[in-house]
Design a protein around this ligand. Sequence first.
Ligand SMILES: [Zn+2]
Length: 461
Amino acid sequence: MSERKYWNEEMETKSYEEMSDIQFGKLKNQIHYIYNNSPLYYKKKFDDAGVKPGDVKTWEDFYNLPIMGNKEMEIKSQKESLDRGDGHPFGTFLCAPVEKVIGMTATGGTTGDPTFSYIYTVKDLRINDEVWARVFWKAGIRHGNFVANIFAQSMHAGGWPVNHALTSYGACSIPVGAEAGTDRILRMLNLFRPAAIVGTAPLMEHLIERCPEVLKKSISELGIKILLCAGAPGAGIPSVRKKLEDAYGAKIFDSAGGGQGAHMVSCDSKEYYGMHMNCADYFIWPGDLIDPETGKAIQIAEGVIGHAIFTALEQEAKPFFRYAWGDLHQVFTKECPGCGFRGLRIRIVGRADEMLIVKGVNIYPTAVKGIVNTFFPRVTGEMRIILDEPGPDVKPPLKLEIEHAGLSQSELPALRDIIIQEIRNKLEVRPDVKLVAAGTFERAGGVSAKGTLIEKRYKNS
Ligand SMILES: [Zn+2]
């Protein structure tokens, strides 16, 4: 007997249009909920815009609402709440009584105050578990599997909420965490031989390099069959996918979280057809796109690119509502050629604030990395874009430093030339490329495990 295709057959098989009706019904309730339960934040935002909850009668009314959340607004709201003596740092857009909060994670905090973006009530945690279950099922994780969690664990959304989801799904999490460092992660993988790893693609790339040193064998010998990547770009870049696939002998699934338990995941197809939005009954994402320059709504259609605005439809604790994450998404509305999925699919184009402009051409760091990685194994895959001045405008040439994988001096000029040529062909910008020794750049690991592609060689004023 063949097993079922989806975890939640009913919700994961709907088209974008069918889903829109379900979403709008929930949206109307959610607007009343946040308006009535967050007098100092959401009610104020609606009042300032001169809109009452009952005024939102069509999708157009919704798209015309102002942006009601972003990182800055969140930090301000947290500060207001602390100043008022609310007794918690969750901010004035906490919509549930604080007694109902049963969990939290935070983002940032290495340079400034952390933001407590994902706060959970019992219901919110149930949504988290349901959404992850759909992702786990689609990625082929099954009950009873060992799953190594190598996301950062400390206050991180990839930490306990993922472990909780795995437990409630019926799989066994090995919560080793990025903080443990690559040596300990590899030893755990060797002990458990898990069916799957969940974590960031840059850290998984790094494990390939470290495995022969630490375990005296290649990573393919560990028998890991599924790599479920999220939290950092990589698994959507064809050359990175191929590198991971070949090195592990595993299937790669690309997932991205919009926060608050929302996740999309790519399908089992050999070709990459983007991430499939299979929890649209809980979140408006990526169905709300705006032009990053004008802030005007973009009509959802095959292939359009825009700044994705996020709205949670059922969240209780601290629901995001028209929240601007800063991610640029390309959206696909046609049925997935790989698996027949009928909802929206996306490709992450880059961060709106990481976009660089060279001679009027928009350059995304992940696109550069994608091209560099096609030269693996002659390069390690580690690289940096060097900025001498703050972006987004870059005085040409675009400077790149790329690690070669131990080539001899005589081999370097040819590699350098061909990388320049390839980037020029694909991105229409001629970079300045310096090849540096393997191991020059710090690897993804430590707290964020996100990796970085930009090195700022200027002083922040
Ligand atoms: Zn598909």
